[in-house]
Design a protein around this ligand. Structure first.
Ligand code: 5GP
Ligand code: MN
Length: 330
């Protein structure tokens, strides 16, 4: 298995060593692992002389909390991505629908489509797939790829990858010794850990406090839900989030999930009049990715998400049913 990943990384390095024009995608509404992985690899390829652009299907700008990662301005809006790209690298995206309006570029690419990801549910939609579900972050796979390429670890490259490691391991709470070693290399390359972490997870506007007060006031705890393991849930209405950034809303799950009485935490975020994006987290006993798949999404066993339609009450009812059918983790 790890041999297959090593072989995949070698093959990907071989393709990228000769690539002249590389387009890199993260998933829709990118997080630090998706965007940091794309920027880190993109910067390294640009340093080798390739023409490089980084994009994602939506939103139409880099989320504010991620802007400090793109020090060289590699980002281009989805509308400016060539209709027929040459070499394509897709990062941190388990399936082609995670690319949204950019999904057609996978079929259109004239060169290889390299998929680099750590989602267990990855559908291997590339011509070359490097999928390692034991990797804690896609950024860790990119670091191994850069080693294969013999690319120097500059501070901007290291900063972008560090951001992915930091957020996907929940601030290294879930990091293995190998991931700590990777992080140590990135810090040695000059990364300022505080300066990376602060905009990513420690900075919000005052309005965020008001939104939290409203949303958490309505939060519910049901100890009988999720196969009796307990569910804590909260709903963020569009009006609660008015004037706030997407990342302000994404942070709610990290507060809700600290509830001791619940194995599973869920946050429903209103994306349209009857459209909801859900975030699911488990402590370690229930596989919430199965529940997310049942609602049309996916993810990891302990962190998953979905987008679906209906009223909030309807979606919660479907979610409860899916959580009662979700497998226990052995
Ligand atoms: P989050 O709650 O942070 O948005 O997502 C948690 C995890 O679930 C991430 O690994 C993310 O990639 C995955 N995820 C979130 N939404 C979706 C979705 O709609 N489809 C799939 N396949 N995965 C998702
Ligand atoms: Mn990731």
């Amino acid at each position: 298995m790890s041999d297959m990943v090593d072989q995949g990384l070698k093959a990907a390095a071989k393709v990228l060593a000769d690539a002249r024009d590389v387009t890199l995608f993260g998933h829709l509404n990118p997080d630090a692992d998706a965007f940091g992985s794309a920027v880190g690899l993109g910067l390294a390829l640009r340093d080798r002389g390739a023409t490089v652009r980084v994009s994602f299907g939506s939103p139409n700008e880099v989320p504010e909390s991620l802007r400090h990662l793109d020090s060289a301005g590699l980002y281009v809006p989805a509308s400016e991505v060539p209709a027929v790209p040459e070499t394509l690298v897709v990062l941190d995206s388990g399936s082609i629908d995670r690319l949204g309006p950019l999904a057609d570029r996978v079929a259109n690419a004239t060169g290889q489509v390299i998929v680099i990801d750590h989602h267990v549910s990855n559908t291997r939609f590339g011509t070359l797939n490097v999928v390692d579900d034991r990797s804690e972050a896609t950024a860790a796979l990119v670091l191994r790829l850069l080693d294969e390429l013999g690319a120097p670890l500059t501070e901007p490259v290291a900063r972008a990858l560090y951001a992915g490691l930091l957020t996907d391991t929940s601030s290294f709470r879930r990091a293995t010794p190998a991931t700590h070693q990777a992080a140590a290399r990135l810090l040695a390359a000059g990364v300022d850990a505080q300066a990376v972490a602060r905009p990513l997870m420690d900075t919000h506007s005052f309005g965020w406090l008001r939104m939290l007060a409203t949303v958490l006031d309505r939060a519910e705890l049901d100890p009988t839900a999720a196969r009796g393991l307990g569910l804590v849930s909260a709903v963020v209405l569009a009006r609660d989030a008015a004037g706030l950034r997407p990342e302000d809303v994404e942070s709610v799950i990290n507060i809700v999930r600290s509830t001791r009485e619940a194995e599973v935490a869920a946050v429903l975020k209103q994306a349209g009049p009857d459209e909801w994006t859900g975030s699911l987290r488990a402590v370690g006993r229930l596989d919430v990715s199965a529940a997310a798949v049942a609602l049309g999404g996916g993810g990891h066993r302990l962190a998953a998400g979905f987008t679906t339609h209906g009223t909030a009450a309807e979606v919660m009812a479907r979610l409860r049913a899916a959580l009662n059918a979700a497998p226990l983790i052995p």
